[in-house]
Design a protein around this ligand. Structure first.
Ligand SMILES: C[S@@+](CC[C@H](N)C(=O)[O-])C[C@H]1O[C@@H](n2cnc3c(N)ncnc32)[C@H](O)[C@@H]1O
Length: 309
């Protein structure tokens, strides 16, 4: 983040800002988690630890268990484990394996769960394949130890139809068919290996339009990232396990950045008998936050509470 941007930030947002990631909707997360002294909270998407820090600081008598499947996030978080002296436990793992992780670590139920889906700012800036602004191999796995297939494998082996469906489903890309055709033609000459090769190919086949405010490759990159990391499947698997691990009156707060993620959360909250929905309407970031963190624009927060029996 540049100094100029930082200078324009309201104090409370600036205090929560790290080079790694700016946590979104922190006030709303704290409000919906309704923290209580002596309780245990689970943050399944630790990232740069911004939300975890806000929980630990605003309720000095609580503990947090936090997951991330990115070893860099977990390594970096060790400084916070020391700082909060016994109040933070960090675990490297996939939140879709919550049952297994809790069993292995001999953990009991928790009093609140936070999931802030998607990727961190640092992952987009540093990992191979995530950004079309840097020339890197087409990998896109958030944690290479969890999945074998890379974005490059998808781009170079899927049929034209499979690519079109993928770009359309996970990227909601209007020109999915045209881009898929162009990828298949392009790879006949040589394997598409890098972000720049793919982005250039997309730029060439998407018509320029003033109405389209994002880079022409944004939606295709998003679709590949979601597919390669099994993002939507992981959320669906996680939600059921999360509800089972909540104590009565415990709350679950989910922040989504994609309509398919939000739909999975909304449908699960509605259909799960053990939960009472707290957000009748989806909660969005306020204008003050949007003015300093544009990424909060697509954030959608929903919360629910575990019912008594
Ligand atoms: C939007 S960031 C979270 C940012 C965090 N709330 C903060 O305040 O810095 C999402 C994080 O979730 C992690 N993540 C995504 N899917 C995951 C999964 N299935 N299991 C565990 N961590 C996951 C990513 O590695 C990333 O660090």
């Amino acid at each position: 983040m540049t100094l100029m941007t930082a200078n324009k930030m309201p104090k409370q947002i600036l205090e929560r800002t790290t080079d790694y990631h700016i946590p979104v909707m922190v006030d709303q997360v704290l409000e919906y988690l309704s923290l209580k002294p002596g309780k245990v909270y689970l943050d399944v998407t630790f990232g740069g630890g911004g939300h975890t820090r806000a929980i630990l600081e605003s309720q000095p008598d609580c503990r947090v268990i936090a997951f991330d499947w990115d070893p860099i996030a977990i390594d970096r978080g060790q400084a916070m484990v020391d700082e909060f002296e016994g109040r933070l436990q960090l675990i490297l793992g996939n939140f879709a394996l919550l049952y297994r992780i809790f069993k292995k670590q001999k953990l009991g139920k928790v009093d609140g769960i936070l999931a802030d889906f998607g990727t961190s700012h640092a992952q987009i800036l540093s990992k191979d394949g995530f950004s079309f602004n840097r020339d890197t191999p087409l990998d896109m796995r958030m944690s290479p130890s969890f999945y074998r297939k890379t974005a490059g494998d998808v781009i170079n082996t899927f049929t034209e139809r499979e690519l079109r469906d993928l770009f359309s489903r996970y990227g909601q890309e209007t020109y999915a068919g045209r881009i898929a055709r162009s990828v298949v033609e392009g790879r006949r000459k040589a394997r598409i290996r890098s972000t720049t090769q793919l982005a250039t190919l997309i730029e060439r086949c998407v018509p320029k339009s003033k109405a389209r405010k994002i880079h022409p490759a944004t939606r295709v990159f998003q679709a590949l990232r979601i597919y390669v990391n099994h993002e939507i499947e992981n959320i669906s698997i996680f939600l059921k396990q999360a509800a089972d691990h909540l104590n009565v009156d415990g709350r679950i707060v989910c922040i989504s950045f994609h309509s398919l993620e939000d739909r999975a959360v909304k449908q699960f909250f509605r259909s799960e008998d053990s939960l009472e929905v707290l957000t009748k309407k989806v909660v969005m970031a306020l204008e003050q936050e949007l003015s300093v963190n544009a990424s909060a624009r697509s954030a959608r927060l929903r919360a629910a509470q575990k019912k008594g029996v």
